[in-house]
Design a binder for this molecule. Structure first.
Ligand SMILES: Cc1cc2nc3c(=O)[nH]c(=O)nc-3n(C[C@H](O)[C@H](O)[C@H](O)COP(=O)(O)OP(=O)(O)OC[C@H]3O[C@@H](n4cnc5c(N)ncnc54)[C@H](O)[C@@H]3O)c2cc1C
Length: 426
């Protein structure tokens, strides 16, 4: 059952509808949602991009508009205040979000994605009731705390510990690069609860509120791009949480991380398609008007060639994302497809932003030119939620296992012995 909230299908809350039906949001309602998102992105966020870049923050009024439209919970279940979109719908929204500065999506990205999904999929009824409605409303910000120093591509080697002490868990350790940490109200924290287990086994996940004594968030990181999206280190120093802060089964935290990261990869692939569309639009507009020798640079066939390659690759990425999302929804492929889409689309947008800078010539190197900003912003996509190399390891490994090849035998001092990079089935 799903209710179309006021606002999201009707900007400003006008035209409130309460269309309920079995299953997901219907096609017409979703079309309205997507149109409202497109309008918000293109009319309200795009004109503020330079301000977001300069101030390194999302203005409060834009955050409020996103909350009013229900964007903090579009992927969370309807019974907890979200819209419960399918993956096929999620990627369509992500393509819209990708058209502007990634920081806008980031402010509600962890609520809908990596943090919120762990609670939605694996949390107890009490945890869902306590957190999901407030995450969906944008009253709380959730962050996903997995990565540590020396445990990034291979998070199964994480060192944060959770020790049971009576009715409490005591968490010690530190995390780094945690998106939204400086504004987070709660963390979904991954910690080793069983020191005797190696690799992914023995890792559990916990909801830890930022206000819990012993939780400290470091200063926000200075990054190459994506200004306005904040990351920071998070420290857990004898942090005591009640036993019911454990999410799902003890020792199953790693597989939860893999499940939500897989969904996140497909979402990121779709963001990249949106960004590629934006830099293509910027480049076409520039090539059609910027003059050399008394005529637009777009008359040069080598410039046309760059535009053509960007367009063909963008279409390929968009088609790939839609196909993989449909297979994700049907349950046919929730791992290799998302990794393939992330690999292709993140590399594709890297080429697209590079060509966009090239087409803009010297102008493309100036800080005030949007494509210069997108060139820096795009670089992150190949790094987080699994690097391109990790996606290749996942895809190649899965294909070979399907063909009957056995995993490497465990060997001391080899990363695979600890769990290996983010691969499902570990
Ligand atoms: C802006 C930003 C936001 C982030 N947000 C979050 C967040 O919200 N939550 C969170 O938990 N994490 C977050 N991360 C962490 C991110 O997921 C990791 O940085 C990423 O997975 C890479 O890990 P690493 O930095 O430790 O690099 P490493 O794993 O040290 O990788 C270094 C190089 O080695 C290669 N490599 C490593 N292992 C293999 C292998 N097995 N095979 C081939 N090559 C390999 C990598 O591909 C890469 O080229 C964020 C990072 C950034 C920069």
């Amino acid at each position: 059952m799903i209710a179309v909230r006021s606002g999201i299908g009707a900007p400003g809350g006008r035209g409130r509808r309460e269309r309920r039906h079995h299953g997901r949001v219907d096609a017409e309602d979703f079309r309205q949602v997507r149109n409202a998102v497109r309008q918000l992105v293109r009319e309200s966020v795009v004109p503020r991009e330079e301000q977001i870049e300069d101030e390194d923050r999302i203005p409060d009024d834009l955050r409020a508009q996103a909350a009013d439209m229900g964007l903090f919970g579009y992927a969370l279940p309807e019974e907890y205040g979200g819209l419960g979109v399918t993956m096929s719908e999620d990627v369509q929204l992500a393509m819209e979000f990708g058209y502007t500065t990634p920081a806008f999506r980031s402010i509600f990205g962890t609520n809908n994605g990596i943090a919120g999904q762990v609670i939605a999929k694996f949390g107890s009824d009490e945890q869902k009731k306590a957190y999901l409605p407030r995450l969906a409303a944008g009253e709380l910000i959730g962050a996903f705390a997995l990565t540590e120093a020396e445990a990034g591509s291979d998070p199964a080697g994480l060192r944060t510990t959770a020790r049971r002490d009576g009715d409490e868990w005591v968490i010690n350790g530190s995390k780094r690069y945690i998106t939204n940490a400086p504004i987070a109200d709660l963390f979904v924290v991954f910690a080793r609860s069983n020191p005797d287990e190696r690799g992914g086994r023995g890792i559990s996940s916990f909801v830890v509120e930022t206000s819990t004594p012993g939780v400290t968030v470091g200063p926000k990181d200075k990054k190459m791009g994506q200004a306005g999206a904040w990351t920071a280190e998070v420290f857990f120093d004898d942090v005591r949480v009640p036993v019911d802060a454990l999410i799902g089964e003890e020792g199953r935290g790693y597989s939860k991380a893999l499940t939500v990261l897989s969904r996140g990869r497909l979402h990121i692939a779709a963001l990249c398609v949106g960004m590629a569309q934006r830099v293509l639009d910027e480049s076409v507009a520039y090539a059609a008007t910027a003059q050399q020798g008394g005529a637009p640079i777009g008359r040069f066939q080598l410039v046309q060639g760059m535009l053509a390659d960007m367009h063909a690759e963008l279409l390929a990425g968009a088609s790939l994302v839609r196909e993989v999302a449909a297979r994700y929804d049907s349950g046919e492929d929730t791992s290799v497809g998302p990794s393939s889409a992330k690999l292709f689309c993140t590399e594709m947008v890297g080429r697209a932003t590079d060509s966009a800078v090239q087409i803009h010539g010297g102008m493309g190197y100036l800080r005030t030119t949007p494509v210069e900003r997108f060139y820096r912003d795009a670089r992150l996509f190949r790094l987080y939620e699994g690097t391109s190399e990790v996606q290749r390891v996942i895809i190649g490994g899965a294909l070979l296992r399907e063909a009957g090849m056995r995993r490497d035998p465990p060997a001391p001092h080899h990363s695979q012995a600890r769990g290996g990079p983010l691969q499902e089935g570990r």
